[in-house]
Design a binder for this molecule. Structure first.
Ligand SMILES: NC(=O)c1ccc[n+]([C@@H]2O[C@H](COP(=O)([O-])OP(=O)(O)OC[C@H]3O[C@@H](n4cnc5c(N)ncnc54)[C@H](O)[C@@H]3O)[C@@H](O)[C@H]2O)c1
Length: 393
């Protein structure tokens, strides 16, 4: 099935919403010209100025403040849901009921129950795409690591992963939706969701978790005077509210394959602005990657045991997934950034909607539930003093 024109809209034009807007803009420019024409219909944000600014910057036809207007909009086929996690369920379900294709940000919902209900809603609309925004699967180096493990590194024995950020280090960072919700909805769900998905993307499903610990080190934050988005600083009021969730989360895991995992997640890590990194040990080699330097990884493969074995640095280039045709200048060594991944994600979604074979399909809502199932098991381990908890398959 191919369509005449695909109309897109984005709900939430904060930090990640603008990345979605930019991704839809980039998508038709990538790989080959097979996509049907894209109609840039609407950007919706509760903050009118933010919505208007994003619509203007990214060339969307109109802006608005009420996402419900999209339910009746004939010119909108595909909608990104990029608002606070507790808003995902109502918006996504309403959009699916209205016949729209939906790409919802991670974590899929604020609670596992809400996420499961979203999968039920998606089941009722099987002809529509219901996707979760696990955009880091589309890091060319991460996709290359997965391929290398299967093809050359042998059996994984140990995945050692971390996602360290510093956005919450300063106690003067304003209170936002990110600091609300119970145990496990903080750093673990916000950035740990990416790390867990990356680990399972490369090593397969996690079977058990244990030894979990959650810590909140900044216990209250001031409410901003005006609106704020992302991790932006803001003028603060005198009103202090409690931080309800975790700044730091650690746990161990066992994968169904028998490999073990060690995980470390923090939003208060000094000097680590956005460092998702992992080391992967396997029977015939190892691989390490850090998003601080996204377009390179170190790999040790084909062990010779002759005294000269050691990791070498590989620059990601057109030989690796996504790069050839996926960058305006797809030359070796030109690197890429997170913004490029949103282009790949939007491209994959639009291909799926248009019935075109191309990039790996978007993660379905079920993968969002899967991720929250692991997060919930980590939470249960943490609140029981680190007990081992099985993760349902
Ligand atoms: N995939 C990624 O790399 C990535 C990165 C950051 C955030 N996220 C996810 O994206 C989502 C949004 O995060 P963010 O950092 O962009 O948040 P944000 O706070 O920066 O932006 C949220 C925006 O939603 C708007 N909003 C609030 N209520 C609304 C409503 N009812 N209708 C329309 N708009 C409304 C706000 O005005 C704000 O502009 C979250 O689920 C988050 O986990 C994903």
């Amino acid at each position: 099935m191919t369509q005449q024109r695909i109309g897109v809209a984005v709900i939430g034009a904060g930090m990640a919403g603008r990345a979605h807007c930019a991704g839809y803009r980039t998508a038709p420019t990538l790989f080959d010209p097979r996509l049907p024409p894209i109609h840039y219909a609407a950007v919706i944000d509760a903050n009118e100025a933010v919505a208007r600014d994003a619509a203007m910057r990214y060339g969307f036809e109109r802006s608005g403040t009420d996402w419900r207007e999209l339910l009746e909009a004939d010119d909108v086929d595909v909608v990104s849901v990029v608002v606070a996690n507790h808003l995902h369920r109502e918006i996504a379900e309403s959009l699916l009921d209205a016949g729209k294709h939906v790409l919802c940000e991670k974590p899929l919902a604020a609670t596992l129950d809400d996420a499961r209900a979203m999968v039920d809603a998606a089941e009722k609309h099987r002809d529509q795409v219901a996707a979760t925004g696990f955009v880091y699967r589309r890091q060319p180096a991460v996709a290359a690591a997965r391929d290398l493990l299967t093809q050359r590194l042998g059996e994984a024995s140990h995945f050692n992963g971390r996602y360290w950020c510093d956005y919450a280090l300063d106690p003067r960072a304003p209170m936002t939706w990110r600091y609300k919700g119970g145990a496990g909805t903080g750093a673990l769900a916000d950035i740990g969701s990416h790390l867990i998905d990356t680990a399972e993307f490369i090593c397969g499903p996690i079977a058990t978790v244990g030894g979990a610990a959650l810590a909140t080190r900044v216990t209250e934050r001031a409410v901003p005077v005006g609106t704020t988005y992302g991790h932006a600083r803001a003028e603060l009021s005198d009103v202090l509210e409690p931080v309800e969730n975790d700044d730091v989360a650690t746990f161990t895991a066992t994968f169904a394959s028998g490999a073990v995992g060690t995980f470390s997640i923090s939003r208060i890590a000094p000097g680590h602005a956005n460092s998702l990194a992992f080391d992967l040990m396997a029977s015939r080699g190892s691989l390490s990657w850090d998003m601080d330097r996204p377009a390179e990884f170190s790999v040790l493969s084909d062990l010779a045991d002759d005294g000269f074995d050691g990791p070498r640095t590989v620059l990601v280039g057109p030989a690796h997934p996504y790069v050839r045709g996926g960058l305006p200048m797809d030359f070796p060594g030109v690197s890429y950034g997170v913004g490029d991944l949103f282009g790949y994600q939007a491209r994959a979604l639009l291909e799926q909607v248009a019935g075109i074979d191309g990039l790996p399909r978007c993660a379905p809502f079920a993968d969002g539930v899967r991720d929250l199932t692991v997060i919930d098991a980590v939470r249960r381990s943490a609140v029981t003093g680190g007990a081992a908890v099985d993760v349902p398959a």
